[in-house]
Design a protein around this ligand. Structure first.
Ligand SMILES: Nc1ncnc2c1ncn2[C@@H]1O[C@H](COP(=O)(O)OP(=O)(O)OP(=O)(O)O)[C@@H](O)[C@H]1O
Ligand SMILES: [Mg+2]
Length: 476
């Protein structure tokens, strides 16, 4: 089952679980440590007591001086500390047992060697025992005796302390869990606050408020990088939307003028009954406007399909020089009316290439149309083509009016025309270069423009030959 919990809750749970685990581990280790320390401490006390008792274990007439032992050990405050002891001589001769020796604790000589050891008495009460021995030599040095001293103490007190610690740890566990949960929740909330702020700020940004940006967190961390990336993305969207808005405004503007002209002409014509020739003239004039609108609309359609990636190239093999000649022929009439000479200079007679012929015809025609349109009568246009390695180089030079430095960077923009006032009479929609640029780029080629105001313009196109074997061009 895949349960989707909010991040803050997941963080809190993780934090609480880890903190609790840490607490349990710490508690367990601390408990073991205290347990060992307490028993070690008790053992040391038993050992020290045994050592002190051993000083009073003396012989009198070759047997243990019990009255002295009782007298001295009574003075040692052993009873107050709950320490009891017993003394065994040699193999198993039991000699003395302190008065506070536990009633139900039955010990034998057998377990004397084990030290330290814990033994329960008949009532189940547990005792900690320590055994040691001393060797006593008789005054006449004829005999020696090994005396065993066994000290002991109830573990009740130690167990009591350990129980208290256990209880404390058990009591602290839910408290710690509560604290861990609370602090985890607070921490998660704090850590996620910038995310909440960003979410709220992002909610306020709509398509009409793309100039707004998300507030950047002060700390230079991952969240700040996220916000910066997000802001950069909004910036790109803003640029895109502005372009679309600009484009829509331009389109409406471009179409409004011919529509107004068309409406005016039809209204004037319909105002009174006219002769056949007047109607024909009005229809011809209207048709011109319709052609004009048609040109704009088809160019726009082409660009928008290109933008949407729906325009694909239909590449085929062709002779580039022949294509250039064809385009020259198409422009010849226009050029002749202005007495403009168009020359083709090429180092090859044929250049075989693989391109979308219709689209490339559009590019060359656009460039030639510009050259003719923006060159004054009696000017000159030179077309240079050559093949260099796997590329075709095309340059169209004119001796026309040229483009100022200030306008040059924008001539590939949609609807950009330097002299807008003459655009209608020149049939300029300002889309020719934008379309050409897209077509050349779609062929993985490159187009650029150089110009000097009053001197002329050169447009250069570099095109890959496409899938043409080197042999196919070698005889040209
Ligand atoms: N050879 C040139 N000489 C001088 N100016 C040019 C030349 N080519 C382009 N331009 C300038 O660049 C602008 C944009 O050219 P573009 O071909 O995109 O549009 P257009 O020729 O105005 O209209 P369209 O090509 O859509 O009929 C032109 O309006 C013109 O001002
Ligand atoms: Mg043009």
């Amino acid at each position: 089952m895949n349960i989707k919990l909010p991040i803050s809750l997941r963080l809190t749970l993780w934090y609480s679980a880890l903190l609790l685990l840490g607490f349990v581990l710490f508690g367990f280790t601390a408990f073991l440590f205290v347990d060992k320390e307490l028993y070690d401490e008790q053992f040391n006390t038993l050992n020290e007591s045994a050592e002190e008792i051993s000083e009073f274990v003396t012989l009198k007439n070759d047997s243990l001086d019990v009255p002295r032992l009782v007298e001295e050990t009574d003075a040692m405050n052993l009873q107050e500390n709950g320490i009891f002891f017993e003394i065994w001589a040699d193999s198993s001769d039991f000699i003395y047992r302190s008065r506070n020796f536990p009633r139900f604790l039955k010990l034998s000589y057998k377990n004397l060697g084990q030290s330290p050891t814990k033994i329960a008495d008949q009532s189940g009460q547990l005792y900690h025992l320590h055994s040691s021995s001393v060797t006593l030599v008789a005054a006449n040095k004829t005999k020696s005796h090994v005396i065993h001293i066994r000290t002991g103490q109830s573990v009740l007190y130690v167990q009591h302390i350990l129980n208290r610690i256990r209880m404390l740890l058990l009591f602290m566990s839910p408290v710690m869990l509560l604290l861990a949960g609370l602090s985890g929740w607070l921490l998660a909330r704090r850590a996620l606050k910038p995310v909440v702020d960003i979410t709220n700020a992002a909610r306020e940004i709509s398509l009409y408020q793309l100039d707004k940006r998300l507030p950047e967190p002060e700390q230079n961390d991952e969240l700040r990088q996220l916000v910066q990336t997000f802001n950069a993305m909004i910036g790109r969207i803003q640029t895109g939307v502005t372009k679309i808005q600009q484009f829509t405004a331009d389109v409406s503007h471009e179409l409004r003028t011919p529509l107004t002209v068309l409406r005016g002409e039809i209204e004037v014509t319909l105002r009174k009954t006219r002769g056949k020739h007047e109607y024909i003239a009005a229809l011809k004039s209207s048709l011109k406007e319709i052609y004009w609108m048609e040109k704009i609309v088809s160019n726009l359609l082409l660009l928008s399909r290109a933008d949407a990636g729906k325009l694909t190239l239909q590449k085929e093999q062709c002779d580039f020089i022949a294509l250039v000649r064809e385009c020259m022929a198409l422009q010849s009439h226009q050029a002749e009316t202005k007495n403009i000479a168009i020359n083709l200079q090429s180092t090859q007679n044929h250049i075989d290439c693989e391109i979308d012929v219709n689209r490339m015809r559009q590019v060359i025609s656009n460039l030639l149309d510009n050259a003719v349109k923006y060159t004054l009568p009696d000017g000159k246009i030179t077309i240079e083509t050559k093949k260099e390695q796997q590329h075709i180089l095309l340059a169209i030079k004119d001796t026309g009016i040229g483009i100022s430095e200030k306008d040059l960077p924008f001539v590939f923009d949609r609807f950009y025309r330097i002299d807008k006032s003459r655009s209608r009479e020149q049939h300029s929609s300002g889309l020719g270069l934008a379309i050409s640029k897209w077509i050349v780029a779609a062929h993985d080629g490159h187009i650029d423009i150089m110009s000097k105001e009053g001197q002329g313009t050169t447009v250069r196109v570099v095109l890959p030959l496409g899938n043409i074997s080197p042999d196919e061009n070698k005889n040209n």
